[in-house]
Design a protein around this ligand. Structure first.
Ligand code: K7E
Ligand code: CUA
Length: 652
């Protein structure tokens, strides 16, 4: 017995010693370090410190996570239908997915960006791009719902999007693929010199975040990959990386990698805004959709717009310049002061940093190295602020901590590298698992980053998670960046492919979060605001059911007189006025999703009765102890039946 105690004591001493050792060393073991778990642990009942809005890539959606926990709170449907929430399935939100190509149920979403006031994220809206069928969406952060989508004409592969200026004057969208503008039947081989790259400046209404395309700059036919706004001293400018300045149209992996340097295009949007405000530019016929969701009618409308104002950059001298940048740059990032523009040359050994001040100087002194289609090219040496020498392989994106440091991802060497702005020296590097794309520091695209964490978003996961067949989840990794060295704290899986994310302190968003929709303010044309408003109306073969739901019944819950061949509209209003009490509804055989209806809201689905009988519907969201009692029946008679419509609740 005594011996056992002795062993225990010495084990305890050993354990104590080793934990001392751990806390003494600034361990570079990353997540293996003893207290990483503590630093991401958000205890039951506690709240996360940051929201992270993580793009879904080919899922077309936007996922909402908490940091540091990495817990998933919501997937906000944006460009893809979502049967869980009826987005794109119910009659009210179908118009959100309307385009000039008709109804499109999917897209590829890459870059969320949060609205800003005075260069600081204000938490009002998130904007995000659709790549495939070019669109920009607005998500309202009071409701966490997509409330507006605008199509971008003359564009293809809408990738250098959707970044906002420091007072959300504009959200900007740039085309990745150049195309004939306007579209026409022509030989692909005649690309060079004939295709155009449209950079779209979408004006934002300061009142409601609403979008309107103010003008498009029709640039030479390069690929416009990414962009960021100037800020502080460079406010009024916007910067876009280009690749394929070769203007190749085939075997791009070889043919678009010929030039030693491509460009960062610097656009003085304030100057062009003034130009168009004074009547400059040309109105071009086109066709694009503008879809707006109205919170009072709980319904979206889609309007087709028939013209867009285009600007030839050569017509606005002094507004557009090219900064030579090695070599097929991907990311284009501007530091919090607005002085430094970082070009992440995918195929370059070094990172190139341009100086805004030097750029203005060179422009002032007209020190040009030539021009491309009439747009002046500045000298590389004249605008260079510095070079980060050999930091890694395959640089993609850079963010800033607001304390003078920058963090760049390297896809090929799978790492995040921390370097110092001004001295350009590498301070630290940490591996990612694996092949990191973007990274995100909350407030990263602003004058005021919240430099506590960096979130790395990885393309390849391989052995990091339990196997799930050929498809392995993509993932995010959280690093603590408060110290000199970065520390890996956490891995968590993501929805779709996380290209980019936008982060913000939770308190900024939380205080504006909506709890319910006011039933009084509900202006849906088919709303039933009390049980007395419920009815069933026939109009030829169309039957409209004005239905309500409240814990724990539907009104009406017995309906007769529906016939085979009818088109039955269920217009259902949730009468609840309590936080977090949605009800759901679906009908057997309905060729659409359930509805998930928030308190005070009205939504509609269509049901085609195909067979004679008595058919049930029920609540799909477990809402109360009597949720299983929340159900009803529709009697379906033959098409030839003369049975009149009748409806009831609580009658025998
Ligand atoms: Cu994945 Cu910004 Cu679309 Cu780089 S992009 S990784
Ligand atoms: Cu309402 Cu379940």
């Amino acid at each position: 017995m005594k011996k056992t105690i002795n062993i225990l004591v010495s084990l305890l001493i050993l354990a104590g010693l080793s934990s001392c050792n751990n806390s003494d060393s600034t361990s570079n073991k990353g997540a293996l370090n003893s207290n990483a778990a503590e630093r991401v642990y958000v205890a039951p009942g506690e709240l996360d410190e940051f929201y992270a809005f993580v793009s879904g890539g080919f899922s077309g959606q936007l996922a909402v996570y908490g940091l540091p926990s990495g817990r998933l709170f919501k997937v906000i449907p944006v460009f893809s239908q979502d049967a869980e929430k009826a987005y794109g399935y119910n009659e009210e939100t179908k118009p959100m997915l309307n385009t000039s190509y008709g109804f499109i149920p999917w897209d590829d979403s890459h870059h969320p960006d949060i609205s800003q006031t005075n260069g600081v994220v204000d938490g009002r809206y998130v904007y995000i791009n659709a790549n495939n069928t070019p669109r920009i969406a607005k998500i309202d952060l009071t409701t966490f719902e997509t409330t507006e989508i605008i199509e971008v004409p003359n564009s293809a592969g809408n990738h250098s999007s959707s970044f906002v200026t420091e007072n959300t004057e504009y959200v900007v969208a740039g085309t990745r693929f150049s195309v004939p503008v306007p579209q026409r039947d022509m030989s692909i081989k005649e690309y060079k010199g004939n295709f155009k790259g449209a950079l779209s400046f979408i004006k934002v209404n300061p009142e409601d975040g609403g979008m309107e395309i103010k003008f498009q700059v029709l640039m030479p036919g390069f690929n416009y990959d990414l962009s960021h706004p100037g800020r502080g001293k460079s406010h009024g400018w916007f910067f876009f990386t280009t690749y394929n300045t070769e203007e190749a149209n085939t075997l791009m992996e070889v043919n678009s990698s010929q030039n030693d340097k491509d460009f960062i295009a610097a656009i003085n949007w304030k100057m062009i805004e003034e130009y168009v405000n004074n009547g400059g530019g040309t109105m071009m016929p086109t066709n694009y959709a503008h879809n707006v969701y109205d919170e009072k009618t709980h319904s979206a409308t889609s309007t087709m717009i028939k013209e867009v104002l285009v600007v030839n950059p050569v017509d606005v001298p002094g507004a557009v310049f090219f900064l030579p940048t090695p070599k097929s740059p991907h990311g284009c990032d501007v530091d919090p002061s607005g002085e430094y523009i970082v070009g992440n040359g995918k195929l370059s050994a070094n990172l190139t940093v341009h100086s805004f001040t030097k750029m203005l100087d060179a422009i002032e002194n007209e020190k040009f190295a030539g021009d491309a289609y009439g747009i002046p090219i500045l000298n590389f040496e004249d605008v260079l602020a510095g070079v980060v020498e050999q930091p890694g392989l395959g640089p993609l994106h850079t963010e800033f901590d607001g304390k003078g440091n920058a963090y760049t991802t390297f896809f090929i060497s799978s790492e995040v590298v921390k370097w110092k702005i001004g001295t350009w020296e590498v301070i630290d590097r940490k591996p990612t698992y694996y092949s990191v794309g973007h990274l995100m520091i909350p407030g990263g695209n602003s004058a005021k980053p919240f430099g506590k964490y960096v979130l790395a978003m990885n393309k390849i996961t391989k052995d990091r998670y339990l196997s799930t067949g050929p498809e392995v989840t993509q993932s995010a990794q959280l690093y603590d960046i408060t110290g000199e060295k970065m520390e890996l704290l956490l891995d968590f899986p993501t929805i779709g492919e996380p290209h980019y994310a936008a982060g913000i302190p939770a308190e900024i968003v939380m205080k504006n979060s909506k709890k319910i929709y006011s039933l009084e303010e509900n202006e849906h044309p088919y709303a039933a605001k009390t049980d007395a408003d419920t009815k069933v109306v026939r109009n030829g073969k169309e039957v409209h059911i004005y239905m309500t739901m409240i814990r724990s019944h539907f009104s009406p819950d017995n309906i007769e007189g529906v016939k085979v061949g009818d088109k039955v509209y269920f217009h259902v209003t949730n009468l609840e006025q309590d936080y977090d009490v949605p009800h759901g509804v679906s009908m057997i055989g309905a060729n659409t999703s359930e509805l998930l209806i928030m308190p005070g809201q009205t939504e509609t689905f269509i049901w085609y009765p195909k067979r004679v009988g008595v058919w049930p519907f029920y609540c799909t969201d477990f809402c109360s102890a009597l949720h299983q009692e929340m159900q009803g029946y529709v009697r379906v008679s033959p098409a030839s039946s003369n049975l009149e419509l009748s409806w009831s609740l609580g009658e025998d």
